[in-house]
Write a protein that binds this ligand. Sequence first.
Ligand code: 5SP
Ligand code: FE2
Length: 224
Amino acid sequence: MSRHNILAPSILSANFNHLGEDIQTVISAGAEYLHIDVMDGMFVPSISFGMPVIKSIRKEQNCFFDVHLMVQDPGRYIDDFVSCGADSITVHAEACTHLHRVVQSIKSKGVRAAVALNPSTPLNVLDYVMDDLDMVLIMTVNPGFGGQSYIPQMTEKILELRKKIQESGRNIDIQVDGGVNDQTIHTVLDAGANILVAGSAVFKGELAEKVKRYLNIMKEYQNY
Ligand SMILES: O=C(CO)[C@@H](O)[C@H](O)COP(=O)(O)O
Ligand SMILES: [Fe+2]
């Protein structure tokens, strides 16, 4: 079966002094998604950036905005993130009291809907929303910071999710986020992930070279 693999550089690890240029570099090198981490200091300990920053990037970029909301009760902000340019919105299952309602609200705005699971959250919390999802995000670190190490037990979780999706005949992307780098990229692709977020591995290196190298590796897994 043919699989569409996508690289999603996370700007959390970018140098904000020249953010616009660096985004252009990773997109020109072939990255299809731009991963945008929003943190509220409540759901996760850290605070990153929000709507004004995204809006301002959107003025100069028409690439795909993959917005990862690490925000408590994200249903309050769906309209805002759609109007600042999100193409896909990911909410955490753990942050939503009414997950089904939030997913419906994202879909009703005509953008892609995704749910993220923290490392300790089991896959079965998705059972009754799966039909409405375009993507599931398996967190391979505890959310909140860039530059953490991949949690090895998450490989089993990715494998299990890939099996579940295959058996159901659904067409749902599996995104992984956290600790994806030279050491772990083959592991997550082997396990069945097809959208790879990479923050520090891309932005702390030679940007274009890193993106191209990862895309070449991902090509080897197209017929998985
Ligand atoms: O959502 C998050 C962190 O919570 C991420 O998207 C990070 O930005 C990934 O960074 P690396 O682990 O790739 O450095
Ligand atoms: Fe993220």
